[in-house]
Design a protein around this ligand. Structure first.
Ligand SMILES: [Zn+2]
Length: 847
């Protein structure tokens, strides 16, 4: 163990202001910079220590109360990513100005100051220089005190060729023609903020006309020719800025907002103050050609990033252990904002689908607590996962619903107001909400934040007395005595009321008749196990449950199959009681289990199973119709797509396949075809596709009109069942035919290929070093995620041995979780295969 001094800079010299000039050379792939940092010397020093990584430093002087000191020696400590600047004398306490020159190379790995490229319609390649700093890569672009609590004001200038667009956090306030084809632009000072939020982008890009959002100009920045895809993100961006200013009770903290779509981007998006960067597919979109989930996805990401302008940018975590709260809270706000933007999208219901994955991971032995002690920034790299974003948001939602939305919001306002421009610890938030509400918020939340896992709440009825008890839910079935304070809502015939299940349980009176819904609205992060009497009252009338409650019931039932508490055949029987189901999330939860079962079958029983799937899905499909109807709900469209996919892929339904062929071909023409049907058809055709179809798909990727269309085709390539075609798909990941940002997704999905996933895995093993050198380090673990679908015993051993020899340093725990899920899936396959082969041995009827 190294002590803290290795990760935290000495506080003897702290910055308050950076005046920074940068000039990238797009052709050469390099950059040069100079800066003057105003620092406060707190005690006499003859050396200044700050962060720098992969930079060449030159010159340097320190000017201040005692005159000018020269930097006589610069020592770079590559391991700790630091520069030690030896001074020609002692700097006494006071305010000084440190001048430094530096140069570096634009990175090819989507981090620090990096290169992104695109080809225009004539096939010419263009280069963009752009930044991605979180968590600790600002030091790759300029020497700095690169810790979140060492906030400063940034006065940034960029030098770029005339005709190039250049943007940074603040609005442009001055432009100087340097007379040699270069232009120097100066941007307004930022508010005081952390280094990881600084951004600069230089390239042959265009910006839309600004939209005025209550005095804040909002623009979309995009590559030439994409302006038609900017209307939707402008609309949702304007809505979100207003929504958050109102919710937080604080005006937007910067003077402008540019949202920049980049061809190459490692993660989804980054909340740089006033200059948010995105993957193109998560920003630029055509509402006429996109599906509802694709639109909702863009709305989510835009709302999420804009929520950070206050929560994260204005008030910032003191150290990287606070990343979870930063991300969990932005996710909660994203959901609240999108739910307000389009109530008919029922965003909280669709959240249950991602929450189901968090439930799955958090039921593993290898799960983690949401917060944990973080020493090095690398320790916190593992925080960017589903437990932070989804479980974190889910437990915040649990608290919000228990306290009441307004009381919760009052606590948030209090927190932001008290800490604006400052840095905080997690408990500062609980304390602010506690003060605003008088509830024991810190006690309740500490249990959820500092302990991994979640409870199974058992509900037992005796007479009119309901007893609720808890134990930890583990897929392995191991005993564990972790307990929580569980805040939830209980609904009976008499109404809905909040209840707090303490560690030793809770007993309360309930009416003698009618359904008793424990965890009404399913806001608490728990699974519920009802006794027979209570379950009977619920299933007697499924319509007494809300969409969310039915979705959770399906998810809990499938989880019981995964953990061996119920049989897969039981699940199929249970699914039959949903023939009348009309809601998308419920069907998605059902189809997940149905798809897994399909993987475990072969030969005759598989054919019978497919026939059973058709029998299950046809009534729902006929009810909703094969064509969109006048006046139908927006959510009916993706439901139709999901049912059609179920029929076409899992049910191998010839009619669905024939329609998919027709729709997919038609969609490549000029006519308007319903995007949900198109998206479903692209997947169905791939699953039954020929080499000719494959060629057409490659062409469709090259000529796609929107980022979403491109991704639909790209991510369908791994679904072609033919071994040679799968080989071609994985082979393309090492060529420039597939952008490195999409490589992890394509490889993982290829490993999930039902018939030939093992070939993709063999490819990954053989080319691991090349893959490592090509994809962003934080996304390497997404490649590994594909092994979950390889469920033969020798494959499980093989994956464990491979990753033992090839660890992924930044994602150790996530990798352990993937390997544990693979073992869980292997056990599931071992149990379920004989059960299902027997049940579907004679025909498509379940006896
Ligand atoms: Zn975020």
């Amino acid at each position: 163990m190294q002590d803290e001094a290795h990760y935290r800079l000495p506080r003897t010299v702290v910055p308050s202001r950076y005046d920074l000039t940068l000039e990238p050379d797009l052709e050469a792939g390099t950059f040069e910079g100079s800066q003057v940092v105003t620092v406060s010397v707190e005690e006499p020093v003859d050396e200044i220590v700050l962060n720098a990584d992969d930079l060449e430093l030159g010159g340097g002087s320190l000017e201040g109360p005692g005159g000018t000191l020269a930097v006589t020696e610069i020592r770079l400590d590559a391991e700790n990513e630091r520069a030690h600047l030896r001074l020609s004398g002692t700097a006494e306490p006071g305010e000084w100005r440190l001048s430094l020159d530096f140069r570096g190379t634009l990175s090819g790995r989507l981090e620090g100051f990096y290169r992104s490229t695109f080809k225009d319609d004539d096939g010419r390649t263009h280069v963009i220089a752009t930044t991605q700093f979180e968590s600790t890569d600002a030091r790759k672009a300029f020497p700095c005190w690169d810790e979140p609590d060492l906030k400063a004001v940034f006065g940034i200038a960029l030098v770029a060729p005339e005709g190039m667009l250049a943007i940074s956090n603040g609005p442009e306030i001055e432009r100087e023609d340097l007379g040699d084809g270069r232009v120097r632009r100066r941007f307004a000072d930022t508010m005081i903020m952390s280094t990881y939020l600084v951004a600069f982008v230089v390239g042959p890009l265009e910006a839309t006309e600004p939209v005025d959002v209550d005095g804040v100009p909002l623009r979309i920045v995009h590559r030439p020719g994409k302006q038609d895809l900017a209307a939707f993100p402008l609309d949702v961006g304007a809505f979100s800025l207003r929504f958050f200013a109102d919710y937080y009770g604080i005006a937007y903290p910067d003077r402008k907002m540019d949202m920049v779509g980049l061809p190459d981007f490692a993660q989804g998006a980054m909340e740089n103050l006033g200059a948010v960067t995105y993957r193109e597919s998560l920003l630029l979109i055509d509402p006429e050609k996109a599906t509802q989930p694709e639109l909702a996805n863009v709305a989510d990401v835009v709302a999420h990033e804009l929520a950070h302008m206050w929560f994260g940018d204005l008030v910032t975590m003191r150290w990287w252990n606070g990343i979870w709260l930063n991300e969990a809270f932005a996710t909660l706000m994203e959901l609240l904002a999108v739910d307000a933007y389009r109530p008919d999208w029922e965003r909280w219901s669709s959240f249950l689908r991602s929450r189901a994955v968090a439930f799955e991971v958090d039921a593993l032995e290898s799960t983690r607590s949401i917060e944990y002690p973080v020493r090095s920034p690398d320790d916190a790299a593992g925080m960017f996962d589903i437990l932070t974003y989804t479980k974190g948001a889910a437990v915040l939602r649990m608290l919000e619903q228990y306290l009441g939305a307004e009381r919760f919001r009052d606590g948030i306002r209090r927190y932001l107001d008290e800490h604006r421009f400052g840095n905080t610890e997690t408990h500062d938030l609980w304390d602010a909400i506690e003060k605003a509400t008088g509830e024991p918020v810190r006690r309740i939340m500490d249990g959820w934040i500092w302990q991994g896992g979640y409870p199974l709440v058992s509900a037992r009825l005796e007479g009119d007395s309901l007893t609720l008890s808890q134990r930890r839910y583990l897929t392995s079935g191991e005993e564990d005595d972790t307990v929580w304070d569980v805040p939830l809502l209980i609904r009976t015939a008499e109404g809905t009321a909040p209840a707090l299940i303490e560690p030793d349980g809770l007993t309360l009176e309930v009416p003698a008749e009618g359904p008793v819904v424990v965890n009404a609205g399913v806001h608490a992060f728990v699974r519920v196990d009802y006794d027979d009497e209570l379950l009977g009252r619920l299933t007697a009338d499924l319509t007494s449950l809300s969409t969310d409650e039915r979705t959770q019931l399906v998810d809990d039932t499938w989880a019981a199959v995964v953990s061996g508490r119920r049989s897969a055949v039981d699940f199929c029987r249970f699914a039959e009681s949903f023939r009348g189901e009309t809601e998308l999330p419920v069907w998605q939860a059902l189809l997940q289990g149905i798809a897994w079962c399909e993987r475990f079958l072969s030969d005759g029983p598989r054919e019978h199973y497919r026939s059973w799937v058709r029998g299950l899905l046809w009534p729902a499909m006929e009810r909703i119709g094969w064509e969109p109807r006048e006046g139908e709900r927006d959510l009916d469209k993706p439901l139709r797509g999901a049912l059609m996919t179920g029929l076409g892929v899992l049910g191998a339904d010839p009619q669905a396949f024939g329609m998919a062929m027709e729709i997919e071909r038609e969609s490549r023409g000029d006519g308007q075809v319903d995007p949900s049907l198109v998206a479903a058809s692209v997947g169905i055709v791939a699953a039954g596709g020929t080499p000719e179809d494959f060629e057409r798909y490659l062409d469709a990727i090259r000529t796609a009109r929107t980022p979403q269309e491109e991704l639909r085709y790209l991510y369908s390539l791994p679904d072609f069942r033919d071994a040679m075609l799968l080989d071609r798909t994985v082979g393309m990941t090492l060529t420039d035919e597939i952008r490195s940002q999409n490589v992890p997704g394509v490889l993982a999905r290829s490993m999930a290929n039902r018939d030939n996933g093992a070939r993709a895995w063999a490819f990954v093993k053989e080319h691991w070093d090349e893959i490592v050198s090509q994809v962003a380090p934080t996304t390497l673990v997404y490649v590994a995620d594909g092994v979950r679908f390889l469920t033969e015993r020798d494959q499980v051993r093989d994956a464990a041995a491979f990753f033992e020899a090839h660890p992924i340093a930044q994602s150790t725990l996530q990798l352990r979780q993937i390997l544990e899920r693979q073992r869980v899936n292997e056990a599931l396959r071992t149990r379920a295969t004989p059960e299902l082969m027997g049940a579907f041995g004679a025909g498509p009827e379940l006896s």
